[in-house]
Design a protein around this ligand. Sequence first.
Ligand code: HGY
Ligand code: MN
Ligand code: MN
Length: 414
Amino acid sequence: MNVTIDTNRLQAELGQLAAFSSSQGPGVTRVLWSEADQQARAFMRRLCDQAGLRVREDALGNLFARWVGSAPDLPAVASGSHIDAIPDSGRYDGTVGVLGALEAIRALQQAGFQPQRSLELILFTAEEPTRFGIGCLGSRVLAGTLDPAALRQLRDRAGATLDELRAAAGFVGDLGQVALAPGCYSAFLELHIEQGPLLEQAGLPIGIVRAIAAPASLRIALHGQGGHAGAVLMPARHDALLAAAEIALAVEAAALATGSPDTVATTGVLRIEPGAINSIPARALLEIDVRDIASAPRDQALAAIERAADEICARRGIHAERTLLNADPPAMGDPALIELVAQACQEHGIGHQVMVSRAYHDSLFMARVCPTSMIFIPCRGGVSHRPDEYAAPEAIARGVEVLARSLAAASVMP
Ligand code: HGY
Ligand code: MN
Ligand code: MN
């Protein structure tokens, strides 16, 4: 089958999507249910309508755009990713998988392909943790791992609840209806930039993902005493920032101490209050991201961080409130789906390698719904979550071509 990717259209759409941002360029900021996110969602709905797809959105804002196949009652084949973006980040993380899936469908339409199993594009709500501190919010709920009661506990930094925010964004449906019915999909395949340097270093255009890292997120709120920066002598102080600083260093030490080269830990958020030069920090909030390809070393690092935080706070007379936001197991790619993608590459002489993903993705949770894998394309220098994140047009087109061929093959599977 002759699959032609309309690179100019795809690049234009990636540029239009990047323009929906709450920050000045070149970085992109598109936080869940912000004005920019709402504009981007409307843009995606228009494109899916123009492609003649059957579009629906659930109570959490997950968007589904379906090309109905000749066997509409069979479990569909799905593809997709996210369009939300952390502050001041890149334009390719997630969007390549959403616009790429749409372009794969349009290329198959153009090629005269007739799907048997329906093909469905999914735009997942809030893959990034920015708004509520927990990543993969939409795919977690779709996979049934987060129930409506837990969702109602979520608050953003301003204290707004998920229900308030989703209603303001126009999503008022029943959260109890979001979880997917078992067997609804026969396969899920996500196209994504690698967010690492391995494909570029290997000179390969395609990665096929066999495992996705096990992420955990820990929030620690520290309460010290604060006070006048001139009047309180050093021995009498209970400085929340200094306790936080020691904890941040303990986070690094815990990752290095597991003996696994894949353990990574990051204090990505550190906020102090009241934040005045002549006021001793009374409060500090840390948000810590800990991962490994395997759960055991990740959990070992988490336990070491919690022990260190207890010791530091006891020694400094600081009260700490710890919240483990999530500690997810890794996900495994489906061997048959990996083989199907590898075959699509081999048949067209496209170099590829099977690899792990150190970033997490919505595929982490779709793997609990149906056989799942990912197609990676190289990004320059492996850079991501930065304004200079970049994937070459020809790399994106190649990934979309492999995705299109893989979706077509999966659609005609018995
Ligand atoms: O943090 C991650 O791994 C993903 O990019 N949200
Ligand atoms: Mn990301
Ligand atoms: Mn992503």
